[in-house]
Design a protein around this ligand. Structure first.
Ligand code: MN3
Length: 202
């Protein structure tokens, strides 16, 4: 069994003007496809073959660069497409909103913390909102294609929202203006999808 590149759940241009179609085409069709095929090549014939991606990442030997980079890249982008939607934005409700308020005091304070994590991640990486067992949520950031499922990385929870801050995610439309891209991301967050991930992993 090998991993497959998931189809985008919306058209390439569905997230415009916040994320442009050309960026989505290259990001999904080239970058994510590349991580997927390199992950399959890296695990072929090893003990990791047949395991879930979550199982591979949580039990990862961090010195295994090929699986660390490409397994992370595979998982991170699967999550990224899922937590965006053309009619996204706004704010969460229900138990996810309660958890965010418990941890940060308000949605705006959470947004500041998440945006700051995304803007200050030096070089390539990701900003995350994670849930810990028991339901507490926490913002963190990781470099490259690392993520909080990996041993000793980030805040150690299960990611329920992720933002890719590699330049390949925004450079065509935003050039060096990462803060503008981070602000725009909040217009396409699919809070229903994030809430489902919260409920499934709390
Ligand atoms: Mn990317």
């Amino acid at each position: 069994m090998s991993f497959e590149l998931p189809a985008l759940p919306y058209a390439h241009d569905a997230l415009e003007p916040h994320i442009d179609a050309r960026t989505m085409e290259i990001h999904h069709g080239k970058h994510h496809a590349g991580y997927t095929s390199k992950l399959n090549a890296a695990i072929g014939g090893t003990d990791a073959e047949g395991k879930s991606i979550e199982g591979i990442l949580s039990g990862l030997d961090m010195n295994n660069k090929a699986v660390r980079n490409n397994g992370g890249g595979y998982y991170n982008h699967c999550l990224f497409w899922e937590v965006m939607a053309p009619n996204g934005g706004g704010a969460p409700s229900g138990e996810l909103a309660d958890a965010i308020n418990d941890a940060y005091g308000s949605f705006d304070a959470f947004k500041d913390a998440f945006s700051n994590a995304a803007k200050t991640q030096f070089g390539s990486g990701w900003a995350w909102l994670c849930v810990h067992e028991g339901g507490k949520v926490e913002v963190c950031a990781t470099p490259n294609q690392d993520n909080p499922l990996m041993p000793g990385i980030g805040c150690g929870g299960t990611p329920i929202l992720g933002l890719d801050v590699w330049e390949h995610a925004y450079y065509l439309n935003y050039q060096n203006r990462r803060p503008d891209y981070v602000e725009a991301f909040f217009n396409v967050i699919n809070w229903d999808a994030v809430a489902k991930r919260y409920a499934a992993n709390k």
